[in-house]
Design a protein around this ligand. Sequence first.
Ligand SMILES: *Cc1c(COP(=O)(O)O)cnc(C)c1O
Length: 286
Amino acid sequence: MLFKISDSIASLKPYEAGKPLKALEREFNIHSAVKLASNENPLGFSPLVTQAVMKNLHGMNRYPEPVAHDLCRELARYHKVTPENIVLGNGSDDLIALLAHAYLNPGDQAMMPLPSFLMYEICVKTAKGIPVMVPLSGFDTPLAAMHGKISAKTRLVFVTNPFNPTGSIVTENAFATFLKQVPPDVLIVVDEAYMEFVREKTVYNSLKNPLADPRIVTLRTFSKAYGLAGFRIGYGIMDREVAEILNRIRQPFNVNGLAQVAAEAALSDQDFLKKASIRFMRESTI
Ligand SMILES: *Cc1c(COP(=O)(O)O)cnc(C)c1O
């Protein structure tokens, strides 16, 4: 082709999403297949979500709120932060992209384990940054090796906790040691997509003591434990100044209207969340 694409994007392979069930069943001429590839919650979502979505459906001729005021207020209350510390995304994927775009100049580095959730690499390269990938240590996040690779070019570090795909955790102690070693101008993106499922007491949960350090950006999602993957909504909790930057560059209507009301309803039903995550744990350990 004559059109010259950006060098950093030329090497990107498209994200391979788990195959949709219907496509798989067609391909192998089977039915009742069970889909495990994308970690969606098979137990679905709270009935309050259905009610809220039905009730608000008629209003969808209007643009959604650019900042979902009630949802941010409830999330702030839930996590004991202020609404100004919260940025919502069209899935937490959206927040990963915003962070890469906001904090990487061409040639800047973003560190991540290898293998990692693929969106880190895609977003970093799309933002013209350089992914620095550090092989896992067994099944664990290689924090010591990651520290060893931090350079003057490092702007972002991704820590997935618990880790996808191995399920291992970073402990409080291990994270505290790492935090001491990371320079003050490096953002640590702590992706806690599956934190609701963790029962290990020693786990580092960045929202136990939120905003303890301005370098820490926590990512959470409604896609997994809350069962809202199809709605596309996630959130980040971070220092106000970082939130202000991300809000400056995000699309004003990045979170659609139904996702906003679905998330608010899901958050309000903590009993469902508890049941879903406990039942899920039980079923998944069979
Ligand atoms: C599922 C997942 C996400 C978030 O997905 P969204 O649906 O975009 O919120 C983020 N990180 C990891 C490691 C995941 O597994």
